[in-house]
Design a protein around this ligand. Structure first.
Ligand code: FES
Length: 152
């Protein structure tokens, strides 16, 4: 049995029929080819799959696609482009906020919300509010520097 949903993804209205067990992460990557959002742990522990639903950041691996019915979803593809980077993307490049880059989309999505929600007061606060996003390469120093640049 399928569920029918209507949603907006990166500003594009769409209607679709889904298997109700589909995760939002799978919908984005497998069905819509929005592969900027990454699959890491698939259990809410690494943050590689972070996207926005409305104004909130969420782990798309833990969210059912059916839950975005009537909602607005934004992925890394929706915040900027190669020709026109979001300030947070530009700051990550400036401060080397990545090495392999696998976690970067999720880091950037989270970082945008940390600044928007005024949770970037100090390095400790930034680290606390970014703690749901793991970077195996250990690029944390650059990530914190990038966030402070955007904050200021
Ligand atoms: Fe979703 Fe790790 S893949 S939190």
């Amino acid at each position: 049995k399928f569920v029918e949903i209507e949603t907006s993804i990166n500003g594009r209205q769409m209607k679709m029929k889904l298997d109700p067990r589909t995760s939002l992460l799978n919908l984005l990557r497998e069905q819509l080819s929005l592969t900027g959002t990454k699959l890491g742990c698939n259990q809410g522990a690494c943050g590689a799959c972070t996207v926005f639903i409305g104004k909130e950041r969420i782990n798309s691996c833990l969210t059912l696609a059916a839950q975005i019915d009537g909602q607005e979803v934004t992925t890394i593809e929706g915040i900027g482009s190669e020709e026109d980077f979001h300030p947070m993307q530009a700051a990550f490049i400036e401060h080397d906020g990545f090495q392999c880059g696998y976690c970067t989309s999720g880091q950037i999505m989270s970082a945008i919300k940390v600044v928007e929600n005024n949770r970037a007061g100090s390095d400790d606060e930034i680290q606390e509010w970014m703690s749901g996003n793991i970077c195996r390469c250990g690029a944390y120093k650059g990530i914190v520097a990038a966030i402070k640049t955007v904050r200021d």
